[in-house]
Ligand binder design. Sequence first.
Ligand code: NAD
Length: 418
Amino acid sequence: MVRAGSPPQSSFQDVVQLFEQIADDLNLEEDVRLLLRMPYRELHIEVPVRMDNGSVRVFPGYRVQHNGARGPYKGGVRYHPQADLDEVRTLAALMTWKCALVDLPFGGAKGGVQCDPSAMSEDELNRLTRRYTQNIAHIIGVNRDIPAPDMGTNAQTMAWMMDAYGQLQGHTPGIVTGKPIALGGSYGREAATGRGACIMLRLLCKDLGREPAATSLAIQGYGNVGSWAARLAAQAGFRVAAVSNSSGGTYNGSGLDIPALDRHVQGGGRVGDFAGGDRISNDELLALPCDVLVPAAIGDVITDANCDSVRAPVIVEAANHPLSTAADEALTDRGVVILPDILANAGGVTVSYFEWTQNIQQFRWDEDRVNTELEHVLTQAYRAVRALAQEQKTTMRRAALRIAVARVAEAIRLRGFV
Ligand code: NAD
């Protein structure tokens, strides 16, 4: 329990606190807890980059490997001005739980470079990515640790990473996932995280007796995850009433025309300037009286400072750690149904797993197969979480973590780590 008025905890403290609660629920032995409280390895590097104007800038970079009991470490790389060790640690721990929850043979890791990619040229980002890859190359590998895209990185970033790693080790497509299709990427990977969030939305709304056409959504973030979630939710018949990105948002109570919004954004327009909606701020989006709120941008956007203003009865956490523990507790007490991040955004790592297996087999699946397998994996995970939450009369977050922590603990014991 986080007491009102107490100083805010860091995200990693939030994650550890939740882990301790789950460890208590599971009666986990102290040796296993000790191993799971802190990451296995944390690498902090300085990444020097020659900028286009001839100057040199040095960016802090990180790769954190949280736990590898179930398989090679797996997790994205984030380029963001606020990417620091606490954030990367938090995300690495969430990856351990996420991979275990959807039963992928991976451990959890995360990487980050503290930079503002929107203020850097393509050439500068290429040089940054190559140097970052060289500096972490000794701890990654196809059977060791496999990076992927996250905020501020994309398929092009993964192509540069693969190339930089290949210069050291020979051509190794399985070293990263989320690559361009032309370089061994998987069909369906780009849309996979948004598709997964949309699969969860459909399953949850069905269980809650909500018809898509009568369900309005507010989606924060219109990057990879948010825009695919919006597109696919609109195609599935949901009413996407609001979306936003860091420049602001747009609202239309009758539902936004998502293909028209995409054309506007692809033409260089700002989301807030879209003619098919009214301009709103990010704070206003979070407080809209919609049926489902989908945070799909950065972490800690709903805290005890603003959770009282949230009016949606359902939250689908497409972003990682969008709610602080204090906000999570307050909203749960109010009866808000929260579908947790490790389930809501697991579609991305699931298709990353498919990409990795395709690379290892030097084989390619078509998009229908990828999407069918994705739906199967996520539906199974959702059903298990929902059933446990109902059986134990607990939240879906705690049920999801119980399943995940129990699986990782079992792997630790079987390997003889403790
Ligand atoms: P992205 O960089 O493609 O997009 C991020 C979006 O968030 C952009 O639209 C940006 O403008 C917006 N944004 C940034 N700061 C904001 C703010 N303060 N308020 C509102 N919007 C803001 O990143 P992404 O890959 O879509 O990742 C989004 C979230 O999903 C992250 O939390 C990430 O960890 C999580 N996630 C991503 C993947 C993946 O496959 N890309 C997988 C799992 C989880």
